[in-house]
Write a protein that binds this ligand. Structure first.
Ligand code: URA
Length: 509
């Protein structure tokens, strides 16, 4: 096993962000009540049962994550302190947490158990809805790990190929596969359902699975050399692949991303790929079909990963992180930070910077921003004394010739940037937060709320009663209206801002 004898503790430097992942200090820490770390020994691979039993007991005993050393070893007794324990009662975990645990356990990262236990601990200590905070660094990291497992399972289901063999008891099929993670046990039931009537074995470098048409058993690692020679079954795959190969869609980059080369040696049909690709150009001439372009690459890890190993204590420190973090969707010139004094009575939250904001590095300086400034002035709001920011800090656009056309951020992107917005507003500490448009509302509530229904004073749960809320339209909405509707809509917007001004004055008094 490749991660045999690896010890992962939540105190080790290997964990990028102990503070930000761990959440608030545990009561034991708060009292300065240091405990001797407990070592938990788990079996190699994906030890769901071992982890579950240990987590139940640790929670029952009130052992905080930082006091646990999770060890994976082939040699029981290496760490010595773990002894047989009576099983503890099951934990009542929210469904998304219970569902995430088995999805993460097969991950090869030696920190997986520590991270999962930190999640359980936080959920059991006041953060019951933690899974809803997609931008929390711990939640984000665990989601990424679960996704990696999903991808690995998908590859195994799609690219595993059986070879036919005969032994004394008759026909059986054998496959060799090298997954990235410890997924053999998670993947095997798929093959049982698919090839229920066949006797088969799946061999991997870490273990093997065997199905005898009735029972599924797991055994020791396999040996690729013991695989039977290629057979007619494989030839069938190759013919099938050749017949479905579309030369006009030969995009080697996309092809390798979908079917990475490392799997090819186990897949009979891939023997045909080099020849098919060489012939593709000529065959394409005969077909009038445009090669598909790859979608813009998203890099969801970045913003939160950048935060994960840091814990900004001031708005300046937070802004420094935002500034040096690459955009979630590549393209923006720079991050556009919030602007205005810390302690401003009113904070306005928009959607995302536009073209002008992206070039100048300041919020609300383009056409929508100028309209907002005008309306604020008419309503008696001093823009310079207010705080202005956006739910998303980078401009997302589509290039059309020389123009950069604004693209609305997706709900996933909004949720991704939410962690920054939350902290930013905590630092600014306004008394009134004004959401300009639906994206701002989504960022502040986590929900899609129709502006027409919610327009006016609004209570954002995240602030409890500390901060008042107000919802109005986004100024760019006014710019998009047909001319005949503009005047009335603008007047209503100014009316909203007058109410904001009055509310702000009241709250500041
Ligand atoms: N629209 C926004 O939401 N924010 C800006 O900064 C500019 C336009």
């Amino acid at each position: 096993m490749q991660d045999g004898a690896v010890v992962a503790t939540l105190q080790e430097a290997a964990l990028p962000s102990p503070d930000s992942l761990r959440g608030p200090p545990s009561p034991a820490e708060g009292r300065g009540n240091a405990r001797a770390p407990q070592s938990i020994l788990l079996r190699p691979g994906a030890d769901l049962t071992g982890f579950r039993d240990a987590a139940r007991r640790l929670i029952a005993e009130g052992v905080p994550p930082e006091a646990v050393a999770w060890a994976v070893t082939d040699s029981p007794g290496l760490f010595g302190t773990e002894t047989a324990q009576a099983p503890a009662a099951p934990l009542a975990l929210p469904k998304p947490v219970a569902a995430l645990i088995p999805q993460v356990i097969p991950h090869r990262d030696p920190e997986r158990y520590g991270l999962l236990y930190a999640l359980i601990w936080r959920v059991c200590h006041g953060e019951r809805h933690l899974m809803e905070v997609g931008s929390d660094p711990l939640v984000h990291r665990l989601h990424r790990m679960a996704k990696a497992i999903g991808r690995d399972l998908h590859k195994m289901h799609a690219f595993l190929r059986f070879r036919r063999a005969e032994d004394a008891t008759g026909e059986h099929f054998v496959a060799w596969f090298e997954p990235d993670h410890h997924i053999l046990e998670a993947a095997a039931p798929f093959f049982v359902a698919r090839f229920r009537g066949m006797r088969w074995s799946i061999l991997t470098p870490e273990g093997s699975a065997r199905w005898d048409t009735e029972t599924l058993t797991y055994g020791p690692p396999g040996d690729r050399a013991s695989l039977p020679e290629g057979d007619g079954f494989e030839a069938g795959w190759q013919t099938y692949y050749e017949s479905t190969f579309n030369p006009a869609r030969t995009n080697l980059k996309a092809m390798r991303a979908e079917m990475p080369k490392k799997y090819w040696h186990n897949m009979p049909e891939t023997a045909a790929i080099p020849a098919l690709v060489r012939a593709a150009a000529g065959r394409t001439d005969a077909m009038i079909e445009r090669e598909p372009t790859l979608p813009t690459r998203r890099e969801p890890a970045r913003a939160v990963a950048a935060m994960a190993d840091q814990d900004p204590k001031t708005l300046e420190a937070l802004n420094a992180i935002i500034k040096r973090t690459e955009p979630l969707v590549p393209g923006a010139t720079q991050a556009v930070l919030g602007e205005g004094p810390v302690g401003a009575t009113v904070a306005f939250v928009g959607e995302q910077p536009g073209d002008q904001e992206d070039r100048q590095g300041r919020p609300f300086v383009g056409p929508a921003g100028q309209l907002l400034s005008r309306a604020m002035a008419e309503a008696g709001i001093d823009r310079g004394a207010s705080y202005l920011t956006n739910a998303v800090k980078h401009f997302k656009f589509e290039e059309r010739g020389k123009r950069r056309i604004h693209q609305k951020p997706t709900a996933g992107e909004v949720s991704h940037y939410r962690w920054w917005l939350d902290r930013e507003l905590d630092f600014v500490a306004p008394k009134l937060v004004v959401a300009l448009g639906a994206t701002a509302v989504l960022a502040l509530t986590g929900k899609a709320v129709p502006i027409t229904r919610a327009r006016g004073p609004f209570r954002f749960d995240r602030f409890e009663d500390r901060v008042q809320g107000f919802i109005t339209v986004h100024p760019s909405y006014l710019l998009r209206l047909p001319d005949e509707a503009k005047e009335e809509a603008y007047a209503a917007f100014v009316d909203d801002l007058r109410r904001v001004e009055a509310l702000g004055r009241e709250l500041a008094a």
